[in-house]
Design a protein around this ligand. Structure first.
Ligand SMILES: [Zn+2]
Length: 322
């Protein structure tokens, strides 16, 4: 949601060195161990070389991979109040959490590292909101993440609303893991704040499958929802694609083939496009409300931000068993 246009909080964005790729080349030993040769067999150097050349190098995972997804970016600033924009705050949290996870040997991939929109795995900056969300999903899947955590803060027209809540999608095969993670992330943030002397309510775990509902149709959160079909923006009929936060899409239960959207015009029927899904347990975390004065005071405290980041990182590490 967008509230009050706000000033940039450039100091929030603590950029760190780019993430290192988590790929590991297979060793010769690993290849040989996997070849199943009888002990009595004499393996000539030529045979070994051929075997290595003919065998695709398997990816050897040396660490868990966590995808951190700072919500919004570019002209999508998210919620805002004076001196604090959600897109900056989300990135700051992601960078703090990344540092903590790396200290524990966990690989971290961020879906964006600056104030622009997300980039695709091959480095192209998304040109619009839908491409931005699709790029986040593709980045998560390309990195073969073990967990996906989307980081946001809330905004509401009701300025009394405050606290921490987390969404998971009950339709996904790993819904139970996602739900457990959602609970742990809220506890980590709220308890971490309490230990540092800050108080905000626990608003609970929520199912995102009907994040918004219009005309008896459900709209899930894009980055958590299943693969399926969606009505393209621009020519979409009313009630089909809420876009206030750029985080939702209409998703039907049946995957379908792609209809190119580039040919869509205002006079043509809405184009149907496929939507990819994140292929790992995932949660969208809403860290306090930028529309509530008490929550904003917390979000502007460096001590509180550190406490939240530590609580979230600890919850992630527990879920990974690290
Ligand atoms: Zn947001």
């Amino acid at each position: 949601m967008r509230l009050i246009p706000a000033l940039s909080l450039a100091s929030l964005a603590r950029l760190s060195p780019a993430s290192l790729a988590g790929l590991c080349a297979a060793t010769l030993g690993a290849v040989l161990l996997g070849c199943g040769a009888d002990r009595a067999t004499v393996v000539s150097p030529v045979t070994v070389a051929e075997a290595v050349a003919a065998t695709p190098a398997p990816r050897v995972r040396t660490a868990k991979v966590v995808i951190l997804d700072p919500g919004h970016g570019g002209d999508e600033i998210g919620a805002a109040t004076e001196g604090l924009r959600e897109k900056d705050s989300n990135l700051d949290f992601a960078l703090r959490i990344e540092r903590l996870l790396r200290q524990s040997g966990v690989e971290v991939v961020l879906t964006r590292r600056d104030e622009e929109r997300a980039t695709t795995p091959d480095g192209v900056v998304a040109r619009d909101g839908r491409a931005d969300l699709a790029a986040r999903v593709r980045t998560a899947n390309a990195a073969e993440g073990d967990l996906f955590v989307s980081i946001h803060s809330n905004g509401s027209g009701d300025t009394g609303q405050r606290g921490v809540e987390a969404y998971y999608d009950s339709r996904r095969p790993f819904a139970e893991q996602s739900s457990t993670l959602a609970r742990a992330l809220i506890d980590g943030a709220v308890d971490g704040l309490a230990a540092a002397g800050f108080t905000t309510p626990d608003r609970g775990v929520l199912d995102s499958k009907c994040w918004r509902q219009r005309a008896d149709r459900c709209f899930g959160l894009y980055v958590l929802s299943p693969e399926g079909t969606t009505v393209s923006s621009g020519s979409a009929p009313s009630g089909s694609a809420p876009s206030a936060t750029g985080t939702v899409t209409a998703v039907t239960s049946t995957p379908t083939t792609v209809v190119p959207t580039s040919t869509a015009t205002a006079t043509q029927p809405p184009a149907i496009v496929t939507k990819e899904a994140t292929a790992m347990p995932g949660v969208l975390l809403e860290l306090l409300f930028l529309s509530n004065d008490a929550d904003v005071a917390i979000l502007k405290s460096d001590t509180a931000r550190d406490a939240i980041a530590r609580g979230v990182a600890t919850a992630i590490l527990r879920q990974l068993g690290v």
